[in-house]
Design a protein around this ligand. Structure first.
Ligand code: HEM
Ligand code: SF4
Ligand code: SF4
Length: 535
């Protein structure tokens, strides 16, 4: 309970800050909506600048420091900028990764089948820190000496090493070139492992956004270049194992735990980081998702069109050769362990149309516990609560939209797990049946959709850019939509008010459109009537 309230409060704070950034940068360039992609981008900057640095780096203990100094000062200044990029992009990666972690936690995007992305994020934390700390070591300055000794003492607490690592750093004579070359080798091996794990991390997400929008990428790169020029990355005094380190400037992004080793024992620090790692890792299981519905395929209604397969944001639908002897080549199959119950596949299925008879209203793919029949019944019931000439049927995403729509007379709200669960034919249905005078759709900002692509797919379906499209005959002045975050409830109310006023101006439905369906009466058995007919 306390965790849930903290989560809600934290998310509200994020949303307030984020909506400012959306105003300043525009929604798609909002860095908060691109944290994973920015982390990837910083990795590539670090990798590219690292290749340059490595080409001129001397892995021997005697020349490492001078080679880094030479890169910084003698490469027509370009080496200095590249070193700055290498350091600042690494720092930036720690920042974006950390905010990304908090944000995914607060948004609850680790629950249910999404546990995989969360769990595979945990080793990334270790690998990013290990890469950065290992990098600082290679400069072999006073800071490197400080890190080397403390890290060795820390690792020596573990029962894995036959000889203590710290004995390599007793004095100048005890550190061998071989050991130092091993560190340099690790600085390639750890980032490569990081890259592999980053790839694994996004495997369960269809069309994962691993590249930030071009404008955001260029702006970020420019900022890093300016920072590298304004505050060049420099070494501290050269290391000298014969003398104790007295004064170092720490990089607080990577080395924030090191000062702790002055006060706590290595064993206690292992206990602390081990506990934090474990706590993060088990989050999906200590805060599980409540009951949610999984998609199921009704084969007799599936024609193998692939739309559910294309639109599922979690790669939970596969297309497999037909098993029931029907003339279609493929059928949809849901991988239930990947399905998060967003319902986007239902909105994508061409057979999901409310114009069917009640008894026939079964789509090729449905949410097991929220079938289309129920959705149509909800729509019919909601319509009965409306009166006047500006009646609005609002469909809202439960994650961000439901609360934005304060109850008000003349507006009926039908919540959905994701706005893209709504097949466009439902909009046609509501208007043509005069169940409302207008349909209002609201969901998350397109660049920040809880279910990743829900708002975008809905927008494209209405715009006629994605199948299934909203039919041309639907009067567009009777359809409004707003993609915005939960904090903007006031804006949603405002938009609905304006929409209703427009509906009053538009006047009653044109008969030629309405009459196409008006002869057909839909009353669900649950609302007490009979289903008569459909087209
Ligand atoms: C190197 C560090 C990391 C990188 C490069 C990275 C990258 C990404 C990317 C590209 C996405 C996909 C965004 C999208 O298309 O919707 C993503 C999603 C996600 N990441 Fe990370 N991530 C990193 C670290 C972490 C960490 C440390 C955690 C948590 C422990 C984490 C948890 C998640 C979760 C829960 C999602 C959302 C999955 C979903 O929407 O189902 N990530 N990450
Ligand atoms: S969208 Fe519907 S008809 Fe098309 S493959 Fe999926 S279940 Fe079958
Ligand atoms: S409900 Fe449908 S779209 Fe959503 S994850 Fe499950 S299969 Fe994919």
């Amino acid at each position: 309970m306390i965790i849930r309230s903290t989560q809600k409060l934290g998310m509200k704070l994020f949303e307030v800050v984020e909506s400012r950034f959306s105003t300043a940068f525009g929604e798609s360039w909002n860095p908060f909506y691109n944290l994973g992609a920015l982390s990837f981008f910083f990795f590539w900057i670090v990798a590219a600048s690292g290749v340059y640095l490595y080409a001129f780096f001397d892995t021997s203990i005697t020349s490492a420091y001078t080679s880094v100094e030479s890169i910084t000062n003698n490469h027509f200044y370009i080496g200095g900028i590249i070193r700055g990029l290498h350091r600042y992009a690494s720092d930036a990666m720690v920042v974006t990764m950390t905010i990304h972690l908090f944000r995914e936690f607060l948004m609850g995007r680790f629950r249910g089948a999404r546990w995989f992305s969360w769990l595979t994020g945990v080793p990334l934390l270790w690998l990013v820190f290990a890469s950065g700390i290992n990098g600082y070591w290679l400069v072999w300055d006073q800071l490197a000496q400080y890190i080397a000794i403390l890290t060795a003492e820390w690792f020596d607490w573990l029962p894995f090493f036959s000889a203590p690592m710290a004995q390599n750093f007793l004095n100048e004579a005890s550190l061998s070139d071989r050991f130092f070359s091993l560190l340099a080798f690790l600085h390639i091996g750890i980032p490569l492992t990081l890259l592999l794990m980053m790839w694994v991390h996004i495997q369960r997400m269809a069309k994962a956004k691993s590249n930030p929008p071009r404008g955001l990428a260029l702006g970020t790169l420019a900022a890093l270049i300016i920072l590298s020029i304004a505050k060049p990355a420099v070494s501290q005094a050269p290391a000298n194992l014969d003398r104790a380190v007295t004064d170092v400037q720490l990089d607080w992004f990577f080395l924030n735990l090191y000062p702790l080793l002055d006060t706590v024992s290595p064993g206690d620090l292992w206990g602390l980081v081990g506990f934090i790692t474990l706590l993060i890792a088990v989050v999906p299981w200590i805060l599980p998702k409540g009951k949610y519905s999984i998609a199921t395929v009704n084969l007799e209604n599936c024609n193998g069109c692939e739309r559910c397969f294309i639109d599922c944001p979690y790669d939970a639908v596969t297309m497999q050769p037909r098993t029931d002897g029907m003339s279609f080549s493929h059928e949809a199959v849901v991988r239930t362990n990947l399905c998060v119950g967003c319902g986007i596949c239902v909105g994508a299925c061409p057979t999901a149309t409310p114009f069917r008879r009640q008894t026939q209203l079964v789509a090729g793919i449905e949410l097991a516990e929220f079938p289309l029949k129920n959705l149509r019944n909800e729509v019919l019931q909601a319509s009965e609560t409306l009166s006047g000439t500006d009646r609005v049927m609002a469909f809202a995403c439960s994650e961000c939209g439901k609360d934005k729509l304060a109850r008000q007379p003349g507006v009926a709200v039908v919540p959905l797990p994701c706005i893209a669960m709504l097949p466009p034919s439902f909009i046609d249905f509501v208007i043509s049946k005069r169940l409302a005078d207008g349909v209002f759709l609201t969901g998350c900002e397109t660049a920040n959709c809880y279910h990743r692509y829900g708002s975008q797919w809905t927008e494209e379906r209405i715009e006629g850019k994605r199948d299934p499209q909203l039919r041309k005959r639907v009067p567009r002045e009777r359809v409004a939509r707003l993609w915005t975050s939960a904090v903007n409830g006031g804006r949603v109310q405002q938009e609905i008010k304006q929409f209703r006023s427009r509906l009053r101006d538009v006047g009653p439905m044109r008969d030629d459109y309405a009459s196409m369906k008006q002869s057909l009466s839909f009353v669900s058995s649950e609302t007490g009537g009979n289903i008569h007919d459909t087209d």
